[in-house]
Design a protein around this ligand. Structure first.
Ligand code: GDP
Ligand code: MG
Length: 750
């Protein structure tokens, strides 16, 4: 797409927006029309001529002189322009206002040796005397040309030379006055200019040198006649102007020589070097005339706006203030350039901002890949483009606008960076906790012998490394906000918090494992103890080898001791594991306390299971049968009628019946009281939380406020149940007895 050009009101305007086209510019562009109105299409013209982007690489030349002295003709010859020329027949003014055209000879045969991008301004036949009324325009156009042009061509007929009172001299007086005015404002912003006298219709009888001397004398006269501002009374004309002179042959009488000389003149419109030795006068007839010191240093893209500002000031008869104009221009253009360079920046950055805000809205936390690189590239491209375009303008303004742009852009990039850090933070914590959970799961599958502490450490290291890499990949080096230390610290802190939470979960898992282990152990060992009840000879039979005699009376002692042994074994394993992953002493203490309570609950439920009526009756029956149907040697009895069946029955029955009250209370034989459950469980640790207590069931005698005593906790069968059980057992025993009786009788009949 064609690059756009800035119009005066600050909008981008492509060529032709205002209906302009190449044809409209056939004769160049009329910058100031006969109504003294500035033409807003100047930018479009510079755009069409591809000068707008050339920075300082352009030149501006104006031509002055009385009306009908062949100025337009000269320009058209020199620069291939098509300024209107008065026809030989109707002698009326053709050029109105100020026209501008680009050097059309550039790139062609005729333009050989010429500088690039020469713009020429054809100023209306400034001849107040001839036009009578309009000295105002003469002054204004002179001021305008002087404020903008490097070279002022003064076009005069040879026969006008020496006519000090001539119209041209009036014009030059104006130029000098105006120049002094400008200098008064700010010497720095008014460079030297070249006054280039082109003497037309040179017959050759008077050598150029003589004409030159005459003109210089006249110029000096004008200069000394000027009333100079105070402090400038000693100023010399050479301090402000260089002078060059050239004579051209008569165009109509010597057309070939004329063209030849014009061509030679054209080659002088090339760039040269400032020569400090030269004092005002450019003597050499082939010397280049476009010196850097003449350049107005208004970047081409700012020229339309600058020219308009200057013209408006001139036209409203305000004091022309070039420094202010240049600052205003710089502000305006720097703002425009900021907008321009933000376009490609936005193309890259805005979608990322959008992506980030959408992710935030959706609650996801994905990071943007290569963010740092993308941001750095966009940022440096923007700053470089800004610098290239804007640094040509007023330095102070440029620096300020550059800082503004940088602040603006960095604000956005910083927000992106922080968003990225937030996302990395969130996903980092998630990934961390998932990785730990996963590793624990794998460890559990492999038999549970995993090192939780190590898992956490490894994953934490990984998470920190990932975070740091993400942070580093999101930085733009050289920016003041490119620091992630605080984010990193926050991340580390929250990792620790998540670790703490995971450790609590692991504690809970460990507790569950310990509880399960205790339950399984108790299931087995308590079951075994109850099974022993089935063998009625527990009290009197010979003990199995290596075992303590298992008496029915110390059943609860054995269960209590098996229970406490088991739990204490589980406790020490729990403590070891918990310490291995840095659980705090407090956490361990709570864990153990819970484990003891849960273990007690497990024991109670195991006992309750064993004590279910059906189970218990079976055990009692086995116990009784063992006592009744087997002799002391463990040999089954064959009942004979002579046997004291009744006696044996009664003894066995009574012995078994004694078990029932024994079973109905968890009471140690040693102390004839319940086991010291309250002391064994211990006081609740001070830092037990509601969550810790949530799944605990109350224990009588331990939890005071439950209103249940330890004795009640230890009551396994109520009195009613006890007597009911005795009755049922008796019936069962009776059945066995009857059967024995029958078999004794049956044995006789055989
Ligand atoms: P301007 O008003 O100064 O721009 O003058 P123009 O270029 O319109 O020319 C005015 C008249 O002078 C025209 O009729 C031209 O043909 C004629 N003219 C142009 N150049 C010369 C020249 O070098 N010598 C003479 N004698 N006439 C010229
Ligand atoms: Mg003209």
């Amino acid at each position: 797409t064609a690059p756009s050009v800035m119009t005066m009101n600050g909008h981008f305007a492509g060529v032709g927006e205002n209906g302009t086209s190449a044809e409209d510019f056939e004769h160049g562009v009329q910058i100031i029309d006969s109504e003294k109105i500035f033409n807003e299409n100047l930018g479009a013209y510079l755009q069409q001529e591809r000068i707008i982007r050339s920075g300082f690489n352009y030149h501006l030349i104006s031509v002055f002189g009385s009306q009908s002295t062949g100025k337009s003709t000269l320009l058209n010859y020199l620069f291939g322009t098509r300024f209107g020329v008065m026809s030989e027949q109707e002698r009326r003014q053709t050029t109105k206002g100020i026209w501008m055209s680009r050097n059309k000879n550039e790139g062609g045969e005729k333009g050989k040796g010429m500088a690039e991008n020469i713009l020429v301004m054809d100023v209306e036949g400034t001849d107040g005397r001839e036009r009578g009324e309009d000295q105002d325009f003469e002054r204004k156009s002179a001021l305008f040309a002087l404020a903008t042009s490097e070279v002022l061509i003064v076009n005069i007929w040879e026969h006008q030379v020496g006519l000090y009172q001539g119209a041209n001299m009036g014009l030059l007086k104006t130029v000098f006055e105006v120049n002094l005015q400008l200098f008064l404002k700010d010497a720095k912003s008014v460079p030297r200019s070249l006054l280039f006298f082109v003497i037309r219709d040179h017959l050759g009888t008077t050598p150029l040198n003589n004409l030159k001397q005459t003109l210089i004398q006249d110029l000096q006269k004008i200069w000394s006649g000027l009333s100079k501002p105070t402090g400038m009374d000693k100023a010399k004309i050479e301090d402000y102007f260089d002078f060059a002179f050239v004579a051209l042959p008569h165009k109509i009488l010597q057309p070939e020589k004329f063209e030849q000389e014009v061509h030679r003149l054209g080659t002088r419109f090339r760039e040269g070097y400032n020569d400090p030795k030269r004092k005002g006068l450019v003597d050499e007839q082939s010397e280049p005339i476009l010196l850097p010191e003449y350049h107005r240093r208004i970047p081409a893209d700012g020229f339309p706006m600058y020219a308009r500002g200057i013209w408006e000031q001139i036209d409203s008869n305000k004091d022309l203030d070039l420094p202010t104009q240049q600052e205003l221009l710089a502000q305006f253009r720097c703002d425009e350039i900021s907008k321009e360079v933000l376009v490609p920046f936005d193309e890259v950055i805005a979608p990322l901002e959008e992506q980030q805000s959408q992710a935030v809205a959706a609650g996801t936390s994905s990071t943007i890949a290569q963010l740092g690189k993308v941001m750095a590239t966009a940022r440096s491209a923007l700053l470089a483009a800004f610098e290239e375009e804007a640094s040509r303008y007023h330095k102070g303004v440029f620096k300020r606008k550059q800082a503004e742009l940088e602040t603006k852009v960095d604000g956005r990039l910083k927000a992106l960076f922080q968003g990225q850090m937030t996302a990395a933070h969130k996903s980092g914590l998630n990934d961390f906790s998932e990785a730990v959970t996963q590793a624990v799961k794998t460890g559990q599958k492999k038999g549970g012998n995993y090192d939780f502490h190590k898992i956490v450490q490894t994953e934490k290291d990984k998470a920190l490394k990932r975070f740091e890499a993400e942070a580093q990949g999101s930085l733009v080096s050289g920016t003041p906000w490119s620091d992630y230390k605080s984010q990193m610290n926050l991340f580390r802190k929250e990792l620790d918090e998540v670790s703490g939470r995971l450790r609590k979960e692991e504690m809970r898992r460990l507790a569950n494992r310990s509880e399960r282990w205790v339950r399984a152990k108790l299931d087995e060992s308590v079951g075994l103890e109850f099974n022993k009840l089935g063998s009625g000879r527990g009290g009197s039979g010979a003990p199995a080898e290596g075992q303590k005699p298992a008496t029915e009376r110390d059943l609860w002692d054995r269960i209590w001791s098996v229970f406490t042994d088991t739990v204490s074994h589980a406790e020490s394993r729990f403590t070891d594991r918990a310490r291995s992953f840095d659980a705090s002493p407090d956490e361990v203490e709570v864990g153990l306390w819970r484990l003891r309570r849960k273990s007690w609950a497990a024991l109670r439920s195991k006992i309750d299971e064993e004590m279910m009526e059906g189970n218990l009756l079976l055990k009692l029956r086995e116990n009784f049968e063992d006592k009744f149907r087997y002799d002391d040697e463990g040999v089954p009895r064959i009942w004979r009628p002579t046997d004291d069946i009744e006696g044996l029955y009664t003894r066995a029955r009574e012995s078994t019946l004694e078990l029932i009250p024994l079973l109905s209370h968890f009471k140690l034989a040693r102390t004839s009281s319940p086991p010291p459950l309250d002391a064994w469980i211990g006081e609740a640790p001070p830092n037990v939380t509601a969550a810790d207590e949530e799944d605990l069931s109350p224990i009588g005698g331990v939890d005071d406020d439950e209103g249940k005593t330890l004795a009640e906790e230890m009551t396994l069968l109520s009195d009613a149940k006890t007597s009911d059980l005795s009755t049922r057992f008796r019936k069962t025993a009776d059945g066995v007895y009857v059967e024995a009786k029958r078999s004794a009788i049956g044995g006789v009949t055989q």
